[in-house]
Design a protein around this ligand. Structure first.
Ligand code: ADP
Length: 298
């Protein structure tokens, strides 16, 4: 039902008292290794909700790649489309100080080697998918090839993160383009305006068929040529917002594939995002369908 084409990273996390200056060494906590990357996160989030989910990605022929594949399989993701080798598995090197602030270095590794040729070679996966969800932690030309390979009538969901200028061909396929506040502001630049409704209008003018803007605890806003709708999020005690947007986007794509209208799919996705912030981590925090909070009252 849902094909995720995107990145898979190993997140290597060390707690430090303070970050080292140039030339300095500091000692940190024990290393924690977590499966991550926006593509991997989306696939796990959807599968855990019960969606039939496949991942098209590239990892290295190394221990991190094995760890990431195991995490996907444990969640029930079909990993037949995950390519192995060509470069080390992507990693995020993360230090966290006592106030919770991060410093992160990402080595894209194998994610940068997921090529348009890989997408063409995986034509069967793409031709079978009713919904395809992507992000921008893989090459933009690869995402463009995904758009070209969509089966007629298939729905394409894109979270343009990290934000980058998008070709018209990719924008025109997005239904919806899913952004958070930061991504909306980067894409719209100085003309962004202040209200999410203005961002939605500005983003729609770029050519996507529909837009969803996630607004943290305030929920989300959906927009297409006929309607702009505010969707509240359930009230929860937020512990860690890491990966909430990925869970939201995966749930949104799955529900759209089931035939739900955009506001209804976003309301479901908001419940998933809200559940994800109540626990630490990204993939570790993702709920099953029975763990979702009830919808916020309108
Ligand atoms: P990102 O993780 O990309 O920054 P957001 O912070 O907008 O994205 O979160 C994605 C979704 O997760 C939101 O639309 C909302 O439904 C849910 N969410 C995030 N933070 C909270 C929160 N503090 N309380 C309730 N829901 C939240």
């Amino acid at each position: 039902e849902l094909l995720v084409v995107g990145s898979a990273n190993a997140d290597l996390v060390v707690g430090v008292e303070r970050r080292p200056a140039a030339g300095e060494t500091v000692l940190g906590s024990d290393l924690a290794v977590h499966p991550g990357g926006k593509g991997g996160n989306q696939a796990v989030a959807a599968a855990r909700l019960g969606a039939r989910t496949a991942l098209l990605a590239r990892v290295g022929d190394d221990a991190h790649g094995t760890l990431l594949l195991e995490a996907q399989r444990a969640a029930g993701v079909d990993t037949a489309g995950v390519l192995v080798g060509g470069a080390p598995t992507g990693v995020a090197l993360i230090t966290v100080d006592p106030s919770g602030d991060n410093s992160i270095v990402v080595s894209p590794g194998a994610n940068a080697r997921l090529t348009p040729q890989d997408i063409r070679a995986a034509g069967g996966l793409l031709a079978a998918a009713r919904v395809v969800s992507s992000q921008l932690e893989i090459p933009l030309e690869t995402v463009a090839e995904v758009v070209r390979g969509l089966r007629p009538g298939a729905r394409f969901v894109l979270n343009p993160s990290p934000p980058a200028p998008l070709p018209a061909e990719v924008l025109a396929a997005c239904d919806p383009l899913v952004v958070n506040e930061h991504e909306a502001r980067v894409i719209l630049g100085d003309d962004a305006g202040d209200a999410p409704e203005e961002w939605a209008r500005g983003l729609l003018a770029l050519g996507p068929r529909s837009v969803v803007i996630t607004l943290g605890a305030a929920g989300a806003l959906t927009a297409d040529s006929s309607d702009v709708v505010r969707v509240p999020s359930p009230k929860v005690d937020a512990v860690d917002t890491t990966g909430a947007g990925d869970a939201f986007t995966a749930a949104l794509g799955w529900r759209l594939g089931l035939g739900e209208e955009l506001p209804a799919a976003a309301a479901y996705a908001a419940r998933v995002g809200a559940a994800a912030v109540t626990r630490k981590g990204a993939q570790d925090s993702y709920p099953t369908a029975s763990e979702l909070p009830t919808a916020a009252p309108d």
